[in-house]
Structure formats: structure tokens, C-alpha cells
Design a protein around this ligand. Structure first.
Ligand SMILES: O=C([S-])c1cc(C(=O)S)c[n+]([C@@H]2O[C@H](COP(=O)(O)O)[C@@H](O)[C@H]2O)c1
Ligand code: NI
Length: 385
């Protein structure tokens, strides 16, 4: 599974993200062409190599012609620009979702309706270019998952169109408050996370924490505008990890009046009709009744059918359900040759090791064919892998 890991040691902004992601692309020509085709005028894109504390990276900057007054833009105007851009549909959806986060936060901070928010700095031409650019690059790199470090912001005050405002700036705080993002303040007396940067990471990151174990393939450094005592860089790592994040639905019901035959029957039906797993746990219910908890592991697609099977085939009159995250290892079915025949095995990789486990049905068939006991074939299988 290909992943991107954002190390937001010096916070995050739109231009730092573009700089870092550009360094991860083998070919950048298509990116310039898409950006130049955007329906925005009186601005020039500059891409250069710069150094912060000895670390070289890509500095992406949009120079806006100050002489030309840009129109005041609402969210609907920005959506129109995104819609008209010659970019893939997925990049458009992503760019709109990032802008929506900013608009929602601005509306909350300034006590306005989202439709009435008009963008001055956040939402000016450079932010539009930054956000569309980020969406394009993420679409191009199409990672299976994106993780982030805890996002560092500074402290103190900064001056912007509103006057002097505290750091983290109100829009950034709001964006984080309405997402799962995890942030902290570090000992740097300025803004490290811009509202655009906050909206990008809040939209992209699946989770926050230290970098997971991965095979590192490439590193991109995005340079921040300010000179700080720490390196003002965003480090994005492109890597591969063996785990695959996934979501399942867990349905549960406690029954004290269901026979063993009914339970066995419903389990068979559910497994046949797409449940990932069904199991029973002995429990003691109210009124000291020995009973069973029925647990069904399923997905969105099969949940409705599982509900029908549960109500039709057991005595239950209700169930609880929840979504749970899970991590599974990537797996591949392989043939393992034994002197007696071929057995199918499940091959999984974890960190530097590979493991192969026999597929029971395949082992059972060979045992029936050869009359060699299953446990003996199991031992022979282990010797071959
Ligand atoms: O323009 C507006 S409304 C604005 C609001 C806020 C709030 O926190 S509210 C902050 N700022 C500052 O503008 C610059 C540019 O931000 P980008 O995200 O476009 O890079 C930045 O310093 C913000 O803190 C502007
Ligand atoms: Ni504002």
C-alpha cells in the first residue's frame, strides 16, 4: 500500500505542500501546463530550489500583480473556477472540499453564513492556486492512505487583513476544531499553520502520529516563506506499508430465547450471504439467564441483508451496530508444492518478513485424496515454506 506521510514539524501552508509534493513527482511538466490553463489572470507562478537550515527543497510562490484589483470572491465563485479548471474530477472534488473547510471556519469565526463569506487573503488568487495545485498533485500521486505527524503551530500574534490576531489564528483553530486533526504549539513566535495549510491537512490526513513502519521510497521537502530558528520545511515521505486500513460494521444482539439450531442456521445463512464473520459468545443476561451474544462482522453493502437474516431467523427484536477501523495485512494466494501435491497458501508480509499459512480447504482436499492425516500435511507444509 502506497502512503504519504506529512511531517508538519514547522506547520503547514499551501505553498509548502505544493513544494513538497512536487518533489515526489517524476514528471512536473503536466503540472505547469494545468496550472497555466487555470482561468486566473495577473499572477505568475515561481518554482525554485531554496535552502532552510542547510536543507534544500522546493519553494512554490505565486506572485500577484498588486496593481490589478482582484474581484471579491465568495465560495460559489471559487467553486466555479474549480469547475472550469481542466483537471480530473477527483482533483476538483478534493479542491472544493478543502475550500469548504476554510469557508466553514471563516463563517464560524466571523459569525456569518457560509455563502456570505468573502475571501480576502484566505481565498485570494494564491490560495486558489495552492489548493488546486495540492488537489492535482495528490490526485497524481494517488496514495492509498495519508498520515500526518502532530501538526506544530507557533504562538504569539500576527498581523493580517483583520488587524492583529492570535496564533493559532482563529480560522486555523476552527478548522482543527471541526476535524480529527491533532495539533500542538511549539516555541516559535509566529504563525506556522495557515488556514489553507490546516484545511489541506484536515482534509487529507487519515490519522495523526509518528511515522508508521514503512519502506521509504522518496522524500519531498517543501520550503516555507519565513526564516525561522528551526528549518521552515514540510517533509512529505512517499513509502509503502504492508498494512491496509479498512472499516467494518459490527452488529451485535444478545438473545436468551434462541435455540442452538436457530443460531447455527442463521450463522450458516449469513456466512453464505456475505458476512465477513459471525460468532457467538456465551453471556449471562438480566434475570440470571444464560444466553448468547450474536456478533456479525460485515460491511455497508451487506448490512441490510444481515439485518433481515437476523430478524427472520432468530428471536431477536433489535441489535446494536457500530463502525470499527481495522488494519489488515496485504495477502496473496500462492501454490506450495509438497511431494504429495499442491496446497494453496496465504502469503502475507509484515515488516521485513513473509509468512505463508495453509488454506484449510486445500489442505483438507489433499488429505482426503492421499489419506495422509491433516496434521501430518500441516507439518509438511510448514517444512516447505
Ligand atoms: O482573510 C481572512 S478572513 C483571514 C482570516 C484569518 C483568520 O484566522 S479568521 C487569517 N488570515 C491570515 O491571512 C494569511 C493568509 O492565509 P492563507 O491560508 O491564505 O495562507 C494568514 O496569515 C492567515 O492567518 C486571513
Ligand atoms: Ni478571517
Amino acid at each position: 500500500m502506497n502512503v504519504l506521510y506529512f511531517d508538519c514539524m514547522s506547520g503547514i501552508s499551501g505553498n509548502m505542500t505544493i513544494g513538497a509534493l512536487l518533489e515526489l513527482c517524476d514528471d512536473q511538466k503536466w503540472f505547469y501546463e494545468c496550472m497555466l490553463a487555470l482561468p486566473l489572470t495577473h499572477c505568475t507562478i515561481h518554482i525554485s530550489k531554496e535552502i532552510r537550515n542547510g536543507i534544500s527543497g522546493t519553494y512554490f510562490d505565486v506572485e500577484v500583480d498588486e496593481e490589478m484589483v482582484q474581484p471579491e470572491r465568495h465560495l460559489s465563485d471559487i467553486y466555479k473556477i474549480i469547475e472550469e479548471a481542466q483537471i480530473p474530477e477527483h482533483a476538483k472534488t478534493l479542491a472544493k472540499a478543502i475550500f469548504y473547510r476554510i469557508a466553514k471556519a471563516e463563517a464560524k469565526v466571523h459569525n456569518m453564513m457560509i455563502e456570505d463569506v468573502h475571501f480576502h487573503e484566505v481565498g485570494a488568487v494564491d490560495s486558489i492556486i495552492d489548493i488546486i495545485g495540492v488537489a492535482l498533485l495528490v490526485d497524481y500521486l494517488h496514495p492509498d492512505a495519508i498520515y500526518s505527524s502532530v501538526v506544530n503551530d507557533g504562538y504569539g500574534f500576527i498581523e493580517c487583513a483583520h488587524g492583529i490576531i492570535p496564533v493559532p489564528v482563529p480560522a486555523t483553530s476552527e478548522i482543527f476544531a471541526s476535524s480529527d486533526a491533532i495539533m500542538r504549539q511549539i516555541d516559535i513566535n509566529t504563525e506556522l499553520v495557515t488556514p489553507t495549510g490546516a484545511a489541506i491537512i484536515a482534509q487529507l490526513a487519515d490519522s495523526y502520529g509518528p511515522m508508521p513502519a514503512m519502506k521509504v521510497n522518496k522524500i519531498g521537502w517543501g520550503i516555507g516563506t519565513k526564516q525561522l530558528k528551526i528549518p521552515n520545511v514540510l517533509k512529505v515521505t512517499l513509502g509503502e506499508i504492508a498494512q491496509h486500513p479498512d472499516e467494518v460494521i459490527i452488529m451485535e444482539s444478545n438473545v436468551d430465547d434462541c435455540t442452538g439450531e436457530m443460531l447455527g442456521f442463521v450463522m450458516e445463512k449469513m456466512m453464505h450471504e456475505g458476512a465477513r464473520d459471525v460468532f457467538f459468545t456465551p453471556i449471562f443476561m438480566k434475570k440470571n439467564r444464560p444466553a448468547y451474544r450474536i456478533t456479525v462482522v460485515t460491511d455497508e453493502e451487506h448490512m441490510k441483508r444481515m439485518e433481515e437474516l437476523l430478524f427472520l431467523n432468530t428471536t431477536t427484536i433489535g441489535f446494536r451496530y457500530r463502525k470499527e477501523k481495522r488494519h489488515v495485512l496485504n495477502r496473496e494466494i500462492v501454490d506450495v508444492k509438497l511431494p504429495e501435491g499442491v496446497v494453496k497458501g496465504k502469503k502475507v508480509d509484515f515488516e521485513q518478513e513473509s509468512y505463508i499459512y495453509p488454506e484449510y480447504e486445500s489442505l483438507k482436499s489433499l488429505s482426503e485424496e492421499t489419506r495422509i492425516p491433516l496434521k501430518e500435511l500441516y507439518k509438511r507444509f510448514q517444512r516447505e515454506v
